[in-house]
Design a protein. Structure first.
Length: 91
């Protein structure tokens, strides 16, 4: 698919974003003893990231933390409906 395939970058093992990311990450004072920690919030984003092989590109100074999940994915539908109802109140 156009626009999607270029980010999967099979020729580079799923790491087409790595040069851009790592150039910014080098400016931060993170080491293997004190890594840069990035929390992935939504499982819908985490799975394609993991399946693409992108974590194979990560250096020792970056730690990916699997977060709690986004509210839409982990909340029961009734709770989301209640939030919408509360948000639509005029007060």
């Amino acid at each position: 698919m156009r626009y999607v395939d270029e980010y999967r970058a099979p020729r580079t093992g799923g790491c087409s974003w790595w040069p851009i990311f790592s150039s910014g990450a080098r400016l931060l004072p993170h080491t293997a003893a004190r890594p840069l920690r990035i929390m992935e919030v939504c499982g819908g984003h985490t799975m394609p990231f993991l399946n693409s092989g992108s974590t194979n590109c990560c250096r020792e100074n970056i730690e990916f933390i699997h977060g709690p999940g986004c509210p839409v994915c982990v909340l029961p539908m009734g709770r989301i409906d209640a939030c919408i109802e509360i948000a639509s109140r005029p007060e």
